[in-house]
Design a protein around this ligand. Structure first.
Ligand SMILES: Nc1ncnc2c1ncn2[C@@H]1O[C@H](COP(=O)(O)OP(=O)(O)OP(=O)(O)O)[C@@H](O)[C@H]1O
Length: 623
């Protein structure tokens, strides 16, 4: 395909305000792309390389401005280009404002047969990326100059944007996915036929299916013409239907299954060009065969904020893990090549900055795997250091060995996406975790997993995690599959408590079994003008040492005992976190704390300084 043709189509997309009409334009471009399909699919998204490939052109704005200036003529300087950029605000429009390369460029623009092709642009931009080492700036500059020199203004607009990886034509990942499905999987419908499902259903499905694309799409919502191309709006949908019927000939509509087939293949591969080609050549069954590949990163599954109450309401039980305060890392080990590669949350290659993780994997993993986890910085005692410390290591290109001395890092793995030739994305979390334990068992790098339906047990787990210096806990649906790039409700990062309350301990219970000599569960009360009203119990599932300390503190205050229960003289104040205050007949205050969590003993406070029932009421009203 001639690049002038591509540029003209891209301009049309830029002008088109409606989402569905844009999908139709992209679809038609894909249908006409022939052997350039993979390149065209990447170019509409402003990419030269597939999403999984972190290779960049490594061309800064100044170099691009120089190249444009040179091609624009002897009387134009990079400073002129920059002045214009300050006026116009966008490099594509600036590039478009010049006449490049005299007659040659104009001939191409006029549809001359010796015009620049999409394949040539791709090849040239790859040459730019490959220029490395001494003199590479000059080589990049002259290669780009050569390219601009052959451009019409419209072509130059898109070359400039491609160099900076932003097409600004309102085509995000959701649009490309829909266009692939419509171009290569959907059946054509007659122009005057009513769609089998009405537009609303199809649009609704698109919105759902687009969840991952909207989250992970750096362009989502950024398109000038279309706010979020993956979100179907009813009005726009209708409008687009009409214009499709009038102007575009048959309306192709991919089914939910077809869209899902494309989406799955994209999630697994992060290679839009390859997926489009497979869809065209082999259809849905070919797409179903697209597998994870060791060495090709996958998008990380993400979490929403949530509470223990949410987790236990949504699932029968929750899989609870420590939330490590580090940086996300995806570990790939190729057994045949004996090669480890590490990727960041954005799929950037971070292998070189983390040699000790590489060494750890080489020493401990004996099969090909893709693991998900976190790298954490730790001190000499093995305790976690704050997140900022890991950042000092994560993207470092220089002085890695010196930094290695300064900041120690370790892997904490929490998921296994692939092991020994088997993709595990569709396996339940608990099964993936078992596989992870097989892979790394005995190394201490596997994140502990507690599956529990008991809020107290979860509170105890959280307390241990916090005591050990971690950020908190993650709550996951034990049956959930791994959905790359998705920020769904299957992974919840527990919201930190909004407030804490300082409450008086007015009762307690002796523990059981090994803990029979410790007071374990504590009855909490809020202060009123006449005394104290109970509001909840907190079970501090902390260490024996801590329980012994609290027992020693509270035992002298015991006023009465009945079975395991004791009455305590109001003397000690606990700071307690909670998720919510509810009205409840269980306690004398008429309120109960949901998911109370012991934070500390307020040694500096007497019972008179504790929080009043009035404050509890105010907080409950304000929730
Ligand atoms: N056990 C774990 N399971 C999953 N993620 C974990 C775990 N421990 C730590 N994490 C980290 O927690 C992140 C999610 O929560 P967090 O709020 O810290 O991330 P963020 O980058 O600030 O925000 P977000 O990921 O929500 O955009 C994950 O991306 C991962 O890096």
């Amino acid at each position: 395909m001639e690049f002038a043709e591509f540029a003209a189509r891209a301009s049309e997309m830029e002008r088109e305000p409606a989402d569905l009409a844009t999908v139709a334009l992209v679809r038609d471009l894909f249908l006409d792309a022939g052997e350039d399909l993979p390149v065209v699919v990447r170019f509409v998204q402003g990419r030269v390389f597939p999403a999984w490939d972190s290779t960049t052109l490594d061309v800064g704005p100044r170099l691009l401005h120089e190249a444009i200036a040179r091609a624009a003529g002897t009387n134009v300087t990079a400073d002129d280009v920059e002045d214009k950029l300050a006026d116009i605000g966008e490099i594509g429009a600036v590039a478009e404002s010049y006449e490049f390369g005299g007659q040659q460029g104009l001939a191409a623009f006029a549809g001359g047969t010796d015009g620049l092709t999409v394949a040539e642009v791709d090849e040239t931009l790859r040459e730019v990326a490959a220029a490395d080492g001494e003199g590479s700036e000059d080589r990049k500059l002259s290669t780009l100059f050569g390219l601009f020199n052959r451009c019409s203004p419209e072509e130059a607009k898109f070359i400039a944007r491609l160099v900076l990886s932003e097409m600004r034509i309102g085509v995000g990942e959701g649009t490309v996915r829909d266009a692939i499905a419509e171009a290569f999987l959907a059946d054509a419908e007659p122009a005057d036929a009513e769609p089998a499902d009405d537009g609303e259903t199809t649009d609704g499905a698109r919105t759902d299916l687009s969840a991952f694309a909207a989250d992970s799409d750096p362009e989502a919502g950024d398109g000038e013409a279309k706010e979020d191309e993956s979100e179907g709006d009813d009005d726009e949908g209708e409008e687009a239907d009409e214009s499709d019927d009038e102007d575009e000939g048959p309306t192709m509509r991919a089914t939910d299954d077809e869209l899902a087939a494309v989406e799955r293949a994209l999630q697994v591969s992060n290679d839009y060009g390859m997926v489009a080609t497979v869809a065209r050549e082999e259809g849905e069954s070919g797409l179903a065969e697209v597998r994870l590949e060791v060495g090709r990163p996958v998008q990380a599954m993400l979490a929403q904020a949530g509470t223990v109450t949410d987790a236990l309401a949504e699932w029968e039980s929750a899989a609870v893990e420590t939330k490590f305060d580090g940086a996300r890392v995806q570990v790939h080990y190729d057994e045949a090549e004996e090669e480890v590669s590490l990727y960041s949350r954005n799929m950037d290659d971070v292998t070189d900055p983390l040699p000790e993780v590489v060494e750890f994997v080489e020493a401990n993993v004996g099969e090909s795997v893709i693991l998900d986890g976190e790298v954490v910085a730790i001190d000499e005692d093995g305790d976690p250091l704050p997140f900022q410390e890991i950042l000092r290591r994560f993207r470092r290109k220089h002085d890695v060995s010196r930094m290695r001395e300064e900041v120690r890092v370790e892997l904490r793995a929490f998921d296994c996406l692939h092991a020994d030739g088997e993709d595990l994305l569709d396996a339940p979390l608990t099964v993936r975790h078992e596989r992870l334990t097989d892979v790394l068992g005995g190394t201490g790098a596997v994140s502990e997993l507690l599956v529990s339906a008991d809020a107290e047990e979860i509170a105890a787990f959280e307390e241990r995690a916090l005591e050990a210096g971690h950020e908190g806990i993650m709550l996951k649906n034990p049956d959930s599959t791994y959905s790359p790039g998705n920020r769904g409700r299957n992974w919840l990062k527990r919201k930190p408590d909004v407030e804490t309350l300082d409450l008086v301990v007015t009762g307690a219970e002796w523990g059981e079994g090994r803990r029979a000599k410790f007071l374990g569960t504590f009855l909490l009360s809020a202060r009123t003008d006449d005394g104290y009203e109970t509001i909840g119990k907190v079970a501090t599932g902390i260490t024996d040492e801590k329980l012994a300390e609290l027992t020693e503190l509270l035992e002298p205050e015991i006023q009465a005992e009945e079975g395991q229960e004791v009455d305590l003289r109001p003397a000690v104040v606990f700071e307690v976190g909670y998720e919510e205050i509810q009205r409840s007949p269980t306690y004398t205050s008429g309120y109960a704390l949901r998911f109370p969590r012991f934070v500390s003993v307020r040694e500096d406070k007497d019972p008179e300084d504790a929080d009043s029932l009035e404050r509890v009421e105010r907080l409950a009203d304000g929730q």
